[in-house]
Design a protein around this ligand. Sequence first.
Ligand code: SAH
Ligand code: F3S
Length: 483
Amino acid sequence: MASENVIEEKKQGQALITENKSDNKKKLFIESYGCQMNLNDSEIVASILSNQGFNTTINLEDADLVLVNTCSIREKAELTIRKRLQKYNAVKKINPKMKVGVLGCMAERLKEKFLEEEKIVDLVVGPDAYRDLPNLLEEIDAGRDAVNVILSKDETYGDVSPVRLNSNGVSAFVSITRGCDNMCTFCVVPFTRGRERSREPKSIIKEIKDLVDKNYKEITLLGQNVDSYLWYGGGLKKDFKKASEIAQATAVDFAQLLILCATTFPKTRFRFSTSNPQDMDLSVLHAMANHKNICRYIHLPVQSGSTKILKAMNRQHTREEYMELIDNIVKIIPDIALSQDMITGFCGETEKDHQDTLSLMEYVKYDFGFMFAYSERPGTPAAKKMPDDIPLDVKKRRLAEIITKQQEHSFYRTKAFVGKTVEVLIEGVSKKSDLQFKGRNSQNTVVVFPKEHYKIGDFVNVKVEDCTTATLIGTAVGYSENN
Ligand code: SAH
Ligand code: F3S
């Protein structure tokens, strides 16, 4: 998600491919930038287009259709995509029949303007309009530009079965909510992804069952704000109070969904992302404590350690309330790992506010962190009402300080695993050595160890002998009881 992420640099701008159908004749080059939700959406798009005669390709030069799923979260993300479009432009000179479509948040934000600003673009499709792709493709085949950026009240793609792109065959993402109602003042997501709505539990369980039948071992439930999940028969979260008494009484919340997943698939590991402190309920913590197959890891963005800045960001909690939540989490799930998102240099952030962020980090000692310098986004409440008044060099210096602090804490956390035995799901071969496997423990820390006779998809116990700031290094001591 983040270039400043100290833990892992996500591969971006890489062709996404899947198994192809032999009677499909057209070629789709699709790539995804930004968050995991975008990657999952690209899987939905590839599935819709697979039924329209498209197979995926890794060669841009061969493509009949190029689709790029875009991110607007920071200015840098948008600039990266603009640069990528120039590359498509160069390829189009060799392959003039190639059509180019822009999907995702930038499509939603810029709408028709995209066609004017970037001549290479033939097609602009927002995150709720992917079902319309077959019609839109007909439009461009007829020589017309095609734009659909209508946001929906109920689109969850619940009945589309995503094809898995560049999958390791072991872990997969399943979307459970779309959109966000929170209106953090810095954030463009509520404008690009619309209002919050939840997906029906039955369709979530069906998708997970298909994955489990295909031997997937770990599922990450995805949403902008998973703790806010609420199924009451369909419709927007904000309309829940208007629903019938029966609908309200039989509604399924996030803790109930987690329990349903964990008990229906007791051998499958579950993760979820992202949690919002204001919506995280103690019932979710108890569900985690009671079900070992819900991983001991919570990504709990806080953005700032200063109550004043949290208020300016329209986050619905204070520093103290967040600390109380952390205390509860650690009490209920003592072996929990926590990670943060932080923004430095938000409007009006003083040196004292920055020190509050550092001291909050000291209090929590997060296992991981995703840290960013504030980037003003057009149209957001902050852009409209608050001056972006912290100089870039100050934002960057503060960012460097929190990254250094996070590295110290990550190392503190990985060192605590040395000498212990952890359960690891093997996800693939280590990047550094063909002789080693890599996987993650329940706490989401990467573990590498010699392959021996094990194979990808096995659950193994690994004795940790050494570590770096981000990786545990060990030796497998046998299969785990989950195997
Ligand atoms: N709830 C979402 C948050 C999406 S944005 C989720 O599922 O992850 C991810 C992170 O990007 C935020 O938590 C925030 O730390 C960062 N971010 C969002 N808008 C930003 C901006 N304008 N400038 C810098 N960082 C931003
Ligand atoms: Fe953005 Fe805040 Fe929602 S960070 S995605 S508006 S929870």
